[in-house]
Ligand binder design. Sequence first.
Ligand code: HEC
Ligand code: HEC
Length: 228
Amino acid sequence: MMHHLLLFLFLLSPNLVGLTAAGVEVTADLDNGADINELCAGCHGEYGQGGSEGEYPRLAGQPESFIIAQMHLFRDRKRPNMAMLEYVDERQMPDQDIIDIAAYLSRITLPTRLPPLKQGAEFDALARLEMTRKLLNIPRIEGDFKAGEDLYRKECQSCHGRDGAGNHRYGVPLLTGQYSNYLQRQVEKYRKGVRIHDPEDPTDRLLNEFSDNELHNLFAFLSIADDP
Ligand code: HEC
Ligand code: HEC
């Protein structure tokens, strides 16, 4: 067991989340993060893999500055989330706890497939079981994948990354490996102004520019972008 593993994170560019000043050094306690995760697991799963087909989003592997920013938005009621209100209350969840749980969750990687069993190698049933439970491969949505990819490359890749894995440095969330239903719901929230897509430019209406069909193809592409 690791005890009080301290790590120093340099949140290099806070520009997109506007939370921490440039170069601010934060110390995260991953053991405390693991303890807090027991609260979150009831909805988001033991490994932050989300659940109920995207009613609860995947949190594993999200940039820590993104998780931190969302927790503060929930607490300040700038992003409505009835389900989580009681968990983000200042007394329940001091700022340091938010940093710790964000650091813990952002370090979890979820496999999209099980590695083949090696001939002759000893079978570790427990490790295999754990990997099976972490497995997350978003079900494929049918659509025009090529059109979706073209749109993604042109309009989203610059921030969400070439493979849609997000951008840890700038706190941009992952889109591949996230539940399609969840992404769709969030895009609707941005389109209605319930959430703000670009904190640097709150009046930006990028997501309102696309037809439902274009968005459908985009989600189809994202659903297969990390397929093994
Ligand atoms: C009672 C269920 C519940 C619990 C417990 C819970 N959450 Fe959530 N959480 C939700 C729901 C529902 C959403 C999605 C809200 C929406 O659709 O906008 C969410 C969204 C989030 C998001 C936004 C993710 C994204 O990609 O937009 C973060 C971050 C998050 N939760 C972190 C946590 C953490 C950390 C904990 C533990 C301290 C936690 N949650 C506990 C229900 C829960
Ligand atoms: C200028 C950079 C930028 C571009 C371009 C961009 N995004 Fe984003 N996106 C962000 C940031 C930053 C966030 C987090 C904002 C927040 O706090 O809600 C985000 C959040 C999202 C989310 C919510 C994910 C979650 O887990 O809550 C979705 C869905 C999304 N973007 C879709 C898209 C799509 C689709 C495109 C292309 C059509 C796109 N974005 C282009 C920066 C960008």
